[in-house]
Structures are given as structure tokens and as C-alpha cells.
Design a binder for this molecule. Structure first.
Ligand code: PAF
Length: 283
């Protein structure tokens, strides 16, 4: 695996590869887990060359968020990516990626607004900006993102469509621990007792999905059922637990043929966890 530490070396690598090579790209912030590695495997299946990046992007963290404490495990990540067969790891310094007086940003103005957008102002602007920069540098044919970050996927799909970016996004299924907890770099912050409780987040989504399977179509009722699972425990500080239209992310009264995205964000102690589940109406 080649370890490229700055934009100049990535650009030279990109210019050196055969023109017909299919390039797959897995952008990450490191602290890798099976979810990230599943995206690498998907890229290796589809592409001739796989690039991964590790960059903890300051632009997507709010002033009171965990940028300084975000887990940084570069050596371990490097060996995981190497074992998984990544061809190039791009891990630039902040001063290399961003000009000190950078003043241009990518702002998606619709699907970035609700859910996390309400609680993390500027977050999706930071994500879209860094992902566009990385796309411009790596010039991938395919880029791989996990559906655990469903709203991020929606924002990036809009960006690719609206700005005519020559890349296809491939969205990978959420990879879960045996008890259902979605894998996340932030799970390592959880205390042992909170780690046990964290499985209730997925259980809350499943409770609503069961009600949906039994015929419940009222969005408020589905939200009440899911939210209730977390509220009964008493340890969660729920930011949102909502059923939204899967494409527009607009509020729903009734779940129609389009189905719904059930999405939740909740704090356990000082750790913010998100998860989601897609409801598909029976054919
Ligand atoms: O999902 C992530 O880890 C980040 O938001 C991403 C896409 C790497 C951009 O910094």
C-alpha cells in the first residue's frame, strides 16, 4: 500500500495510473471498524484500484463537538487497510488540505436541513466541502459510503446530481455488532453499562419496523413506538426519533409506497449515537 501524505503526491499518483483503471474511493475519518472495511471490500470487488483516505475533517465539527477527542488510531488503521488490500492511503495534514484562508464551501440546502442538520449546524457543509475536495483529488469512478450515515448519503447524492460530478456513489449496508448496535468509531467512548444499553437504539427501530409490518402506517404512531423503547430505559437523551420520506427527508403523516426512513440520534452519557432503518412498503 502506498502512503500518500499530501495533495501533490496524490495528484502525481493519479496521473501515473493507466487511463482505463477503475478507481474506487473510501473516504474515512479513521478509527476504522468492520463497517469501513466492508466498503473497502465492496470497492475491491468493483474497481481495479482502491484509494482510502483518513482525515478528521475539522470543518464538519461544531465548536462544542468532539473534534479534539475524536479517536485517532492511524497506525492500526494503516495495517487494517493494508491487510484489506487498499492500494493507496491518503492521509493529508489539515494545513495541506485546506488553505489557511479557505473561503469556498459546498452547501446543500434541502436534505441537509432536518434531523442532524438541526442539531449540528454547519456539519453537512463541512462534509460536502471535504468530500468534493477529495473527489477532485482522487477522481474516483466509484465512491463508497455507509448507510449508517443515511442523511450524509442523501446530501452527497444530491451534491453529485446537482453538480454533475463524474462519480457513482455506492451505499453499503450498516454493519452491526451481534446485539444490533451499528458499528461506529464513537462506540469506543461508551462505558460498559452504556454499551449494553446502546443496543436499544436498534431495538427501537425494529419495534417500529414490526408495527409497520403489522400494518401501522401512521408516522406519528411509528415514532411513538420507537421513541418509547428508548424513553422506557431512561438513560437516553433523544435528539430526534423520526419517520421521514426516504428521498426528500420531509415529514410524513402516513407511510406510502415510497416507504420511510426511520432515523434516530440520542446521547448516552456524553456519546452521541445515530442509527436508521429503511421501511419498504410490501410490493
Ligand atoms: O463519514 C465520514 O467518516 C465523514 O463524514 C467523511 C465522509 C469521511 C467526510 O469527512
Amino acid at each position: 500500500m502506498e502512503n500518500l501524505l499530501n495533495k501533490a503526491s496524490l495528484r502525481s499518483w493519479r496521473e501515473s495510473i493507466p487511463p482505463h483503471a477503475r478507481v474506487g474511493f473510501v473516504p474515512t475519518m479513521g478509527a476504522l471498524h468492520e463497517g469501513h472495511l466492508s466498503l473497502v471490500h465492496a470497492s475491491k470487488k468493483r474497481c481495479d484500484l482502491t484509494v482510502a483516505s483518513i482525515f478528521v475533517n475539522p470543518l464538519q465539527f461544531g465548536p462544542k463537538e468532539d473534534f479534539a477527542n475524536y479517536p485517532r488510531t492511524l497506525e492500526r488503521d494503516r495495517s487494517l487497510l493494508e491487510q484489506a488490500g487498499v492500494d493507496v492511503l491518503f492521509s493529508p495534514a489539515e494545513t495541506d488540505l485546506y488553505a489557511a484562508d479557505a473561503s469556498t464551501y459546498v452547501v446543500e440546502e434541502s436534505v441537509s436541513q432536518p434531523l442532524c442538520g438541526q442539531f449540528r449546524p454547519g456539519h453537512f457543509r463541512g462534509v460536502a466541502t471535504v468530500v468534493l475536495k477529495l473527489f477532485n483529488l482522487v477522481q474516483p469512478h466509484y465512491a463508497f459510503f455507509g448507510q449508517k450515515d443515511a442523511q450524509q448519503c442523501s446530501v452527497l447524492e444530491r451534491m453529485v446530481r446537482d453538480l454533475d460530478l463524474p462519480v457513482t456513489l455506492i451505499l453499503g449496508e450498516t454493519v452491526r455488532e451481534p446485539d444490533g448496535l451499528a458499528m461506529s468509531s464513537r462506540n469506543r467512548y461508551l462505558s460498559a453499562s452504556d454499551r449494553e444499553k446502546a443496543a436499544l437504539i436498534h431495538a427501537s427501530l425494529q419495534a417500529a419496523a414490526r408495527a409497520f409490518a403489522l400494518g401501522e402506517r401512521n408516522a406519528t404512531e411509528l415514532e411513538r413506538i420507537g421513541r418509547g423503547v428508548l424513553e422506557r430505559d431512561g438513560s437516553f437523551r433523544i435528539q430526534y426519533w423520526e419517520a421521514r420520506h426516504p428521498a426528500s427527508l420531509h415529514r410524513l403523516e402516513k407511510v406510502s409506497e415510497a416507504g420511510a426512513l426511520l432515523a434516530v440520534a440520542a446521547y448516552l452519557g456524553s456519546t452521541r449515537l445515530i442509527d436508521n432503518l429503511r421501511l419498504k412498503a410490501p410490493a
